[in-house]
Design a protein around this ligand. Sequence first.
Ligand code: NAD
Length: 315
Amino acid sequence: MDGVIVNRKVLVADAIDRSAVDLLEKAGFRVDLRPGISAEELESVIGGYDVLLVRGRTKVTAKVIERGVPVLKVVGRAGVGLDNVDLEAAARHGVKVLNTPESSTESVAELVIGLMIAVARKIAWCDRQVRGGRWPKSEAMGVELAGKTLGVVGYGRIGRRVAEIAYAMGMKIVAYDVIPIPEEVLAKAGAKLTSLEEVLRTADIITLHVPLTPETRHLINASKLEMMKPGAIIINASRGEVIDEEALYTALKNGRIAGAGLDVFEKEPPTGSKLLELDNVVLTPHIGAQTLEAQEAAATMLAKKVIEAFASTSS
Ligand code: NAD
C-alpha cells in the first residue's frame, strides 16, 4: 500500500460497519470512532481530520466543512442519499464527497418484493388478527403476483433489480424512465418501456424508484392515482415526497387503490399520519438498506473509495 497514507486521520461520526475501519487501518489510516458525536463536538474536532465518514445521522453542514479545511479532504457517506451533506460548501472548499449508491440495490429490491407480497396477501393485517385471537380466513382473500403486470417508475439500479426478480416470479413488466434504457437491460426482465400514463393505466402493481427531485416531488398525486387501475397496489421505497400522502390516503380510504406498501414517508417517522389508521397499508421504518449485507457493502465500498482517493492524489 502507498506509504504516503501513513499520517492521514479518519473520523467516523456514525455507526458504520467495522469492515470500513479494518480496511482503512490496513491501508495506513488512523481511525477514530466517534459514532453519535454531537454537532458541537464535531465542529470543534473536525479540523484535525483528513476524512469524515458518516451515514445519514450526522449533518455535514457548511460550518463543519469550513472548520474542517484545510486538513479535511474527503467526506464519505456510507449509503446513497447525500441530503445530509452540504454539497455546495464541499465543492466550494475542494472537499471531495464520496458515497456508495450501489451498496443497497439488492436489499431494497428484496424489501420491495416483500412489501408487494405483504400487501397482496394482507400478511401484516393477518398477523394482527391472529395475535388478537381471530381467524378471519375468508376476509384474508388475496391475489397472486404471477401473471400480474408490474409498473416500474424509474428504471435505474433498484427499479431494474425489482423488475428482474418480479419477472422471475412470472410478472409482466412495464417501465417508465426519463432516460433511454438499453434494449439488453429491458430484455433481462422482459420489460416494455413506455409512458408514465401507460404504466399507471396498465399495471396491477406500481413501484416507485425515482430520486427525489423538483420533478418527482408529488409525482404521484390525485390525478395520477386516478389513472391507476381500480384495485391497484402501490409500493414506495424511494423517497416519501414522491407521493402526495394526502391524495394516497383518500384513494386508499375510498378503495380506489387496494393497498400500499411504504418504506418511506413525507415526514419520518410518520407520527400522526392518517395512513397509520388504514388496514390496507404495510409500513416499514425506512429499512430498505437495513441489512447486514448492505451495511457491510456500503462500508467496504466506501473505505475502498477513500483509499483510492488518497492513493490517486498522493502518487
Ligand atoms: P438510480 O439513480 O440508479 O435510478 C433512478 C432512476 O430514476 C434513473 O434511471 C433516472 O433516470 C430515473 N428518473 C429520474 N427522474 C425521473 C422522473 N422524473 N421520472 C422517471 N424516472 C426518473 O437510483 P437507485 O439507486 O435505483 O435509487 C432509487 C431510489 O431509491 C432513490 O430515491 C433512492 O433515494 C431510493 N433508495 C431508498 C432506500 C431505502 O432505504 N428505502 C435505499 C436506497 C435508495
